[in-house]
Unconditional design. Structure first.
Length: 93
């Protein structure tokens, strides 16, 4: 991951941003005409994208290297959504 870059396109008054977070490319307009404000907005968007990606990764693998913890989390989630007691026989095998 590298930080955001800002640039102007030909004939445009506003600054644009571009950056990559975990292989995904983000780009768009900052909506600002001044370089300082555009750089601050691009940095804010970069931090949001980075935090969102880290959150998605944490939700995707709750055990994070501990399969038993992930299984226990799965059991708690199925109880929370109200699975029937007949379903628990599937885990006894």
């Amino acid at each position: 991951m590298s930080g955001p870059s800002i640039y102007k396109r030909g004939g445009s008054d506003v600054w644009y941003y571009s950056f990559r977070v975990c292989g995904r490319r983000y780009q768009g307009t900052t909506g600002h005409r001044e370089e300082g404000q555009a750089r601050a907005e691009a940095q804010r968007l970069f931090e949001i994208a980075t935090q969102t990606d880290q959150l998605k990764e944490a939700l995707r693998d709750p055990g994070k290297g501990d399969p038993h913890a992930a299984f226990l989390q799965h059991i708690q989630d199925t109880r929370r959504i109200g699975r029937s007691p007949a379903t628990w026989g599937n885990y006894a095998r």
